[in-house]
Design a protein around this ligand. Structure first.
Ligand code: ATP
Length: 311
């Protein structure tokens, strides 16, 4: 019997994220804004299956509109696989299957999770055996949220969001996510923020002089106290997201009315994340929102980053 040197398929799972705090600074010349953010990985996952192939291809499955996900080099998972091949000199390809659960263009980093999962899956499939430091470096080149999808947990992100430091978080936080069928474009939301700031609108915070995650956010996470965290959650992108999609304000009111401790737009939206007291109160908030015709999911965090389920 001949043993196969490499697996027939590698299955990797990577989480979506919410930003429990997101401070946006000035826009740099490279187009990126300086960020101070706290990511938390939550139990809504992307599954990526990598199979050997001579060339590169992607199929998309899951509860998302397949037409909204590019299948060519614009797909972050495709870019991840090709970047790894170039970086390691691997000359084969890969057939990637993306089973998506994270809403597309939902502000939850679904594409970044796919990229992180594809990096890990191809590394195992091809036997390229990169160190975590090298994988992190490639992830940074793919996009600001990709390193976090590799690491998971709860982390402070600075720079473009890609310079990560783990944050201590005790226990579990229960979140209800209200998703939208139609996504929001991240670049458009940043542009709206710049416009709001240029107009000097009171709604949008001025770029902060020093970009730091406030200490109370880190203390609340460390204490595992949803009440304290609810009091200091903040997102500078919320104001432009609400301007672009006014119904989000209504959704936030509904969740708070149902008993959520706090509601915040996740990243650039349009997903709204409600922090709840207990798993039971989260189920109640989810039921109430569904009764009002919203698509609501109960998830928890923090969860681990991209990991191999089978190879
Ligand atoms: P961002 O990480 O930029 O804040 P997001 O989390 O709001 O984005 P994503 O679902 O990651 O949203 O994708 C944003 C856009 O990127 C999509 O509209 C799509 O055109 C493109 N895209 C590229 N690769 C993927 C992928 N693997 N899955 C979904 N969208 C992708």
């Amino acid at each position: 019997m001949t043993l196969l040197p490499f697996p027939d398929a590698v299955h990797v799972r990577a989480p979506g994220k919410i930003n429990v705090y997101l401070g946006v600074g000035d826009r740099h010349d490279d187009g990126y804004h300086a960020l101070a953010t706290v990511f938390q990985a939550v139990s809504l996952y992307e599954d990526v299956i990598a199979r050997p192939s001579d060339d590169f291809s992607i199929v998309v499955k899951g509860a998302v509109d397949p037409a909204s996900v590019p299948l060519d080099d614009r797909n972050l998972a495709m870019r991840a696989a090709k970047l790894l091949a170039t970086a390691t000199g691997h000359d084969g390809g890969v057939a990637l299957e993306l089973r998506k659960s994270v809403p597309v263009a939902g502000g939850m980093g679904g594409g970044s999770a796919d990229a992180a999962a594809a990096l890990l899956a191809c590394d195992a499939l091809w036997g390229t055996g990169l160190s975590s430091a090298r994988l992190h470096e490639l992830a940074t080149r793919l996009g600001a949220d990709v390193p976090f999808a590799l690491h998971g947990g709860t982390a402070v992100g600075t720079g473009r969001g890609d310079q990560l430091n783990p944050a201590l978080a005790r226990g579990r936080f229960d979140w209800v996510l209200v998703t939208s069928d139609e996504g929001l474009s991240t670049p458009v939301i940043y542009q709206r923020l710049d416009e709001q700031r240029a107009r000097g609108e009171a709604l949008a915070d001025d770029p902060p002089l020093s970009l730091d995650v406030p200490i109370p956010v880190l203390q609340a996470l460390r204490a595992g106290d949803p009440h304290s965290l609810a009091a200091c959650m903040h997102n500078d992108l919320e104001s432009p997201a609400l301007e672009e999609r006014p119904v989000l304000e209504e959704i936030i009111r509904e969740g708070l009315g149902a008993g959520a401790l706090s509601g915040i737009v996740s990243g650039s939206g349009p997903t709204v994340a409600f922090l709840c007291d207990t798993p039971e109160s989260a189920r109640y908030v989810q039921d109430q929102l569904e009764a009002q015709g919203r698509e609501a999911l109960h998830v928890h965090g923090p969860v681990s980053g991209a990991r191999i389920l089978s190879a």
